[in-house]
Write a protein that binds this ligand. Structure first.
Ligand SMILES: [Zn+2]
Length: 410
């Protein structure tokens, strides 16, 4: 028996007026996934406990069987693990996004956050900007004083580690949930560490705003990467060992540090695929080939596709539809064909980790649909893979951390 998990990040949504009152999952052409849903079990699952901000950190932990209520101590340490950074006692890890802040004559705190990803900035420019920032005189002096280091992340996603940081009471906000809002009320707050992070964000703007690379981006009609934004703080993390818990081993294919970090902390390798970006321009075929290669060696593979989520944050509805269709035709289709060709039985779990809403470009913790297909085809839902159909079947899981037990028939 082979076991496959496919996560389409943020592909579930609410009905969208511009799509005739339908959701992207209802509108997108996805014949392979719909066929698996019809010939499999369909249901709804809650992956984001309402005690936390909804998002992939808690959702992906749930899916990998680590209940966030028990194991979640912040997102930063999960991502640090992806880079092989282990945290010591007293260390705080957090994300350091490259963001686009509004241009104009207004003071720093009156600017709006235009993009949480600096307009999906390319990794090379992003790494160059953050490396030069950390080496620039004013910023470097502050960073030394505050004992904070940067780990460039080869996209808009860098992350930082601050040593000797007491983060009790801290409030950092995820920039993708506050697009179009002014910075002032969103600034880090709640403790002395937050004040340091705010000073760093302001100093970063002074260095980055008129950096030649940003002037070149503006001239090319792109958003500038003229700010950094700290969020997703946390302290050292431990997750249950996957092989010990499930009695299966496998590997995880994802471009996103968070997912790669959760995999590593669970003892699952996350091999890198050349050309992946976590956006719609990712190496779709490379990820498909890697997943097949893993399944040929191991009994379990997980494939995570970030594009639907990022397209939604960017307000790109056609991109969201396209990424769902490519998840179907360029990933699920060829992998299922390969599995059928082998003759051995297989089970596939496909789901969206959380909803990302076209209406406000932010995450939502409502139940999401899942489908569980078994090549022995004993239970046939007769329904396509949509939010409404997931709810209709009455199979409802209030806690996503049981999903892999279902996949592995435990
Ligand atoms: Zn997201």
């Amino acid at each position: 028996m082979k076991y496959l998990l496919i996560i389409g990040d943020g592909m579930a949504d609410n009905p969208v007026p511009e799509l005739g009152g339908h959701t992207p999952l209802e509108v997108a052409d996805k014949p392979v996934i719909d066929d698996l849903a019809r010939r499999g079990v369909l249901g709804s699952v809650v992956n984001c406990p309402k005690e936390f901000e909804p998002g992939s950190a808690t959702a992906i932990m749930s899916i990998f069987g680590a209940s966030p209520l028990k194991y979640y101590h912040g997102r930063g340490p999960l991502e640090a693990a992806a880079q092989g950074v282990s945290l010591r006692d007293g260390d705080m890890a957090c994300r350091c996004n490259m963001v686009a802040l509004e241009d104009g004559d207004m003071p720093y705190e009156s600017r709006r956050i235009l993009s949480h990803s600096a307009g999906s900035i390319d990794g090379e420019t992003s790494d160059k900007l953050v490396t030069e920032l950390w080496a620039s005189p004013e910023f470097a002096a502050l960073a030394r004083e505050f004992d904070i280091e940067i780990n460039p992340g080869s996209s808009f996603r860098h992350f930082a580690v601050m040593h000797g940081a007491d983060i009790g009471g801290i409030r950092l906000i995820p920039p993708h949930d506050h697009l179009g809002e002014v910075i002032g009320p969103l600034a880090p707050s709640g403790c002395a560490v937050a004040e340091k992070l705010e000073k760093l964000q302001e100093a970063a703007f002074r260095f980055l705003d008129h950096h030649p690379l940003n002037e070149a981006r503006r001239a090319a009609g792109k958003l500038p990467a003229n700010g950094i934004w700290f969020w997703a703080e946390g302290t050292a993390a431990m997750l249950p060992d996957f092989a010990e818990k499930y009695g299966h081993t496998g590997e995880v294919v994802s471009a996103v540090p968070l997912v790669r970090g959760i995999a590593r902390l669970s003892g699952l390798p996350a091999p890198w695929v050349e050309g992946v970006t976590g956006e719609i321009d990712t190496n779709w075929d490379g990820k498909c080939q890697k997943t097949i290669e893993i399944l040929s060696r191991c009994d379990f593979a997980a494939l995570h596709i970030e594009a639907p989520d990022e397209c939604t944050h960017n307000g790109d509805t056609p991109g969201k539809l396209q990424s769902i269709e490519w998840l179907d035709s360029r990933e699920t289709g060829p992998i299922v064909e390969w599995l059928r060709g082998r003759g051995e039985d297989f089970r596939i779990l496909i789901l969206s980790d959380h909803k990302t809403l076209t209406s406000n470009r932010a995450h939502d913790g409502d139940p999401v649909p899942f489908l569980l297909y078994d090549s022995r085809e004993q239970n046939c839902s007769g329904l396509s893979y949509t939010e409404a159909n997931g709810l209709k079947t009455g199979t409802y899981l209030p806690d996503g951390s049981v999903l892999l037990d279902m996949l592995f028939e435990r």
